[in-house]
Design a binder for this molecule. Sequence first.
Ligand SMILES: NC(=O)c1ccc[n+]([C@@H]2O[C@H](COP(=O)([O-])OP(=O)(O)OC[C@H]3O[C@@H](n4cnc5c(N)ncnc54)[C@H](O)[C@@H]3O)[C@@H](O)[C@H]2O)c1
Length: 452
Amino acid sequence: MSNRFVSTPARGRVAVLIPGLGAVATTFIAGVALSRLGLGRPIGSLTQLGTARVGRRTDGRTVPIKELVPLASMDDLVFGAWDIVSENAWQVALRSDVLPRAQLDPIRDQLEQIQPRRGIYDPEFVRRIEVDHAMPEQGHRARIARVRQDIREFIVELGADRAVMITCASTETWRPAPDCLQDLAALEQALDANHPDISPALLYAYAAIREGVPYANSTPNAAADTPALLQLAREQGVPTAGKDLKTGQTMMKTVLAPMLKARMLGLNGWFSTNILGNRDGEVLDDPQAFKAKEVTKTSVLDTILQPGEYPDLYSKFSHKVSIHYYPPRGDQKEGWDNIDLFGWMGMPMQIKVNFLCRDSILAAPLVLDLVLFLDLAKRAEWRGVQEWLSFYFKLPTTPVGLYPEHDLFIQLTKLKNTLRVLAGEEPITHLGLDYYGDDLPLPEALEAAEER
Ligand SMILES: NC(=O)c1ccc[n+]([C@@H]2O[C@H](COP(=O)([O-])OP(=O)(O)OC[C@H]3O[C@@H](n4cnc5c(N)ncnc54)[C@H](O)[C@@H]3O)[C@@H](O)[C@H]2O)c1
């Protein structure tokens, strides 16, 4: 299918290029392979299962999202990866123990063929990993050149027409953003000078954008969300999205906090803690790596609740977030939230949430959607940060100076309306004027609505 906004059809293969072949990446790849064989269903994926209403309610037209806009098919995805550990996708999937071995057995050959290329290793940014597969290149420019060369080789080897990069590498240790990330010229100089605060995550993103490859960031690491790379992406005509996938506890937060605000209920405190036993949990056990997560996890409530607008309700709440590495649980995270709220006449109440989830099971469908939507955005010739993909992220990247939208359902409305517009359909405002006589001018239609 093609339409007036997306002139290039979704023909040919798309290389999905992934720095970080860990639990999330292999669960995503295995799920795509199993879905193709009819041995599993891509549950959790909006591109595969979601629909959108188009036209008026009275028209009765609801179409699958993958028919509304010309998305690539799961059958056309091929995979390449980089890692600083040499295990292939089969070994990682078995070790990560997310999908059971019996389910993985039929796709063993496919997974074994996915052998990562050597990754960019900087011990200042990633700890607690036994590294045996670091690229030999030293210095920022040489490493960028290596990744750019790898991208070109992947595209040829995988027989792909185009590519999307989505980073799923470990969370890096946090440090304050250096000034050189504030604009592109300063970044270029800092790359020449091997500035020590430039992390591997940023080098992968820079390489992808320079190659014209759309880029998404599943992690909290600083990369295409920085002003310098936002500028580069616009100049290069590359769509980007990030950052840090919104899966377990933060997803719950962005559903419950808007409810409190919608009902004008106050908040005294929100205490969130969870236990996690996978390698991500082990890396996050390092306080400097957790700091990066903490930043993406805690910013959500302030932005949703707007304490400046509602000081009586939200100016004094305390917000605590912690993650504990607890090996017996593996990928099966358990999160607890205690929410202290208050209502009419200041009377206190509590909400308790106990979410027993599976981290990579929630993340994998988001990776799939992001790949397909970014490929679509590239074919629509959209450039820079794609805010309509905020739906997928804990800390959605915005153009410089704007604040992110965190409310899950506003994000979904924005995403679907973007797809409608891309498909040449009207966005849906939910005013419902069609019912009251859509040929009336707006004030009269509203009056007619009131009279009913
Ligand atoms: N699972 C979720 O629900 C979820 C949600 C949001 C964000 N994330 C983020 O996604 C990322 C991946 O999570 P995971 O559970 O797959 O972790 P994981 O530890 O299983 O996988 C990370 C992989 O990245 C590799 N790696 C580290 N540094 C690298 C580098 N510089 N270059 C190439 N490879 C590198 C590691 O060796 C490892 O194989 C983490 O940053 C995590 O915080 C996960």
